[in-house]
Design a protein around this ligand. Sequence first.
Ligand SMILES: *Cc1c(COP(=O)(O)O)cnc(C)c1O
Length: 235
Amino acid sequence: MTSIEHNLQQVRERIAAAAARCGRAPEEITLVAVSKTKPAGAIAEAIAAGQRVFGENYVQEGVEKVAALAAHPDVQWHFIGPLQSNKSRLVAEHFAWCHTVDRLRIAQRLSDQRPAHLPPLNVLIQVNISDEHSKSGIMLEAAGELAQQIAALPHLRLRGLMAIPAPEQDYARQLAVCQQMADAFRALQRDYPAVDTLSLGMSDDMDAAIAAGSTMVRIGTAIFGAREYARPSQQ
Ligand SMILES: *Cc1c(COP(=O)(O)O)cnc(C)c1O
């Protein structure tokens, strides 16, 4: 077994165990394998091990890997990185999901630029839940208004919320932040019945995220190993 295959199996077991602890079915939780900075060969190994959903953070790098792995049409690509307006077209053209919509201007561009032959782009509103130093994400209080605006755009499908909580080692504190997100998610579902996705949980906080109600975890390090940021320009 390759180490990626082994790691994937361990992560799937960890998701199943976390789900079982809170009486949830593991199928409720989608695993997004975060392959940023990793070569297409590593993704191919994960595909061979049965993984089909991948997350990329950098537009150019992601588009290159989508092209390199075009022989696998059942693979689903999620854009999960910060998005600048001038890169929105590439996301609209090459990805199935965008997790990081945090302002109307980006949402409008993604909708306008989504090619007509593709289904609507699935989008999540990124909420800045606990990291005051982060420039990404909308304040929780403003998410409802943005949801209303996104719901009116023809080539986007609002699926839910995403957050990257500030790093925190203490489980109880991880859980408290994740529960705030889960509350907001359930409130959004009351207004938009099609909303079904809470993208929350990374290698270090996935257990708390699943306990709170996450439906989509984004896992990089635990699958592909530590990242090396040797490349000077990532965008
Ligand atoms: C890198 C990244 C992840 C994966 O983080 P790990 O700690 O390596 O699991 C998840 N989500 C986002 C938005 C990321 O940028």
